[in-house]
Design a protein around this ligand. Sequence first.
Ligand code: SF4
Length: 367
Amino acid sequence: MRVTFPHMGRIDIPGYTFFKRLGWDVIIPPPITKKTIELGSRYAPEFACFPLKINLGNMIEALELGAEVIFMAGGHGPCRFGYYGEVEKTILKDLGYNFEFYVFEPYAGRFKKFFQPICQLFKYEKNLLKIYNAGKIAWEQGKAIDVITKSVYRIWPREEIPGTTKRLYQSAIAKIKKADSVSTIRYIVDDTLKQLGEIKIKKETPLKVALVGEIYAVLEPYMNFNLEDFLSDRGVEVTRTIYITDWAEEQLIPKKIRQKKKIGHHEESKRFACGYLDHFVGGHGIETVGTAVKYAQAGYDGVIQVLPFTCMPEIVAQSILPSISRDYEIPILTIIIDEHSGQAGLITRLEAFIDLLQWKRSKKEVC
Ligand code: SF4
């Protein structure tokens, strides 16, 4: 059975491990390119969110390579993510592809919907222990990537010798990809963090920017034009506010347990967003508002919001961000991306934003 799933950040690594360990052939869609976007945009409804178009392009490319089963994450609530699976399945069937399609739904108190696709797995693999072990290693890989990524983007803008952190990061990711046990993965994390700590850093404190917004736009470097790398290369510390394993925990662990264990930043974001946005608007709208407040209070120099064109929750958040910017005197840049966006325009805006932050910092120092 040849399985596939769409790209989102480095989900390809744990995803590959999980399915491969169940004994399946895994077809990772080719890296996202212009061709992927063209395919997705050609067959998706024009008004569909940009991530859906990229997902669809990924799926078409994987089906062309022989994929027979597609796994996709699901969602619920006021935004369109809950429809992604159905829409993509219908489009692909209309195009004449033959495949099975499973959507992993978040728990959200819906027992049947949550367990239905998981039970489908047992159709192919009846050994519960095997599924558990595959999931455990995949989870550990996802966690390892997130832990290392957090440290990398703290060190990168401070490094004395350009390129040192990036090289170490790439090497760590390659090792995690090959690792075949939890202990090896944990060793790689410890070793990488140790090496990161030994990198020679500059004395000056870099500009600090919080990256907020829609999850796919934040996590997928092809979509956000490698924003984190671009800013890090220019000496700006980027604090990403969404990580894939944090999101997965929130989707998989029932709310009551999460609240007890204080897992996830949704609850925390809700507290920070209080007074600006007091109800769920779908997607990561409340997280965008809450984390913008959190990092403004923490003295960050700026906030960057990234969102796909027409993203409903982020449009709500976008309309609130000017109040936060005014109240905390923090510059906030909103970047809206779709299939027509170009890197050159984005670079100009980012450079202007960095200039503004530098000017503001220097004014503060003089005063
Ligand atoms: S969060 Fe935004 S981009 Fe993502 S599915 Fe919902 S509306 Fe679309």
